[in-house]
Design a protein around this ligand. Structure first.
Ligand code: NAD
Length: 315
């Protein structure tokens, strides 16, 4: 039987660590971390998510600030709210709940958030920092995936990882994080040929496709670790709605470990949001630092990057 990775318990542990870090920051005279959540319009699913995030903030002692705006808010008005929150020293994290109404350009809005307060990690600056391994805020769900993997994998170096799905919010950042840990990463998607064959080679499978039961038993090598990010709401045989993942859970019991849905990646996402908010507050409180990391540190031959002869002595 595969080990079931208990996302709920791991998320609770992370919340405790986050609370301890927050308490230490405040006790040392630092600011109480604050998270601003912007909700435009009245999308019922978004309302539920926002309520959950605000309740979770209370649990660890993060000050939460809700900015509810009517659906007809113009893009300029929304950008003005973001500018105000960017400048507010009491706010360390800003989250703009998506989807936004159709007349608002989501990319422009998310790009207007101060990257140091971008606790979702979606700002291009944070995406760039992640892909160059130069710090930054890591998106919540991918960070949660890595924390779950760390509970069952001691050494990532040289492991074959297959990521199913290449979205900007899950697949691509997960791939970057696995690369950082020296895995050999294959990113797959709807047009990938022979996906079962590709998946069968993997020591680690991260499924983030939103395709219920996609990953079958014979896609999974014995002893592999399987993380199921997918969440789809379907009608059960009993006529009740239920949440299902991308992995045929009962068929993958020959895996080393697998996450359930629900109770796997889901609880980690909010726990990582709280973690990111406290980290953002700590970083802002510490003030700007000079980035001395070298994005080319891994490069075997610098002449390929800087051009032959550059930096070399004249002889
Ligand atoms: P998306 O729709 O943006 O991207 C899906 C990706 O999967 C695409 O790259 C697509 O090419 C690929 N894909 C779709 N069907 C496929 C198939 N049959 N075979 C191979 N590849 C396929 O989705 P997303 O926003 O990345 O979310 C993916 C899933 O993860 C969804 O079910 C979503 O609900 C879930 N999700 C869960 C959490 C969480 O907190 N647990 C957070 C974010 C997303």
């Amino acid at each position: 039987m595969a080990e079931i990775i208990d996302g709920k318990a791991i998320a609770r542990d992370l919340d405790e660590k986050t609370k301890a870090e927050l308490d230490a920051l405040v006790a040392a005279g630092g600011p109480r971390p604050g998270l601003a959540v912007i909700l435009v319009g009245q999308d019922p699913a978004s309302e539920v998510y926002v309520r959950r995030k605000i309740k979770a903030c209370e649990k660890v002692g993060i000050r939460s600030l809700e900015r509810r705006l009517p659906a007809e808010t113009s893009q300029e008005e929304l950008l003005a709210v973001i500018a105000e929150l960017n400048a507010d020293p009491q706010v360390h994290g800003i989250l703009c709940q998506v989807p936004l109404p159709a007349h608002i350009d989501t990319r422009t809005v998310l790009g207007a958030i101060d990257p140091d307060k971008d606790v979702d990690g979606f700002h291009p600056v944070n995406v760039g920092r992640l892909s160059t391994g130069t710090g930054g805020i890591v998106p919540c769900t991918p960070l949660g995936v890595m924390i779950l993997l760390e509970t069952v994998i001691d050494d990532f170096v040289g492991k074959d990882a297959v990521v199913i799905g290449k979205s900007n919010i899950v697949g691509k950042p997960v791939a970057m994080l696995l690369l950082e840990r020296e895995c050999t990463v294959v990113v797959t998607h709807i047009y990938t040929e022979n996906l079962p064959e590709v998946a069968r080679k993997a020591d680690i499978i991260v499924a983030a496709a939103g395709a219920p039961g996609l990953v079958k038993g014979d896609w999974v090598k014995p002893g592999a670790v399987v993380i199921d990010v997918g969440i789809t709401r379907i009608m059960g045989e009993d006529g009740k709605e239920k949440l299902v993942g991308d992995v045929a859970f009962d068929e993958v019991q020959h895996a080393k470990a697998v996450t359930p849905v629900p109770g796997g990646v889901g609880p980690m996402t909010i726990a990582c949001l709280l973690h990111n908010t406290v980290q953002a507050a700590k970083a802002i409180a510490a003030g700007p630092v000079q980035d001395t990391s070298d994005p080319y540190a891994d490069a075997p031959d610098r002449s390929l990057i800087y051009g032959a002869g550059e930096g070399a002595s004249a002889d």
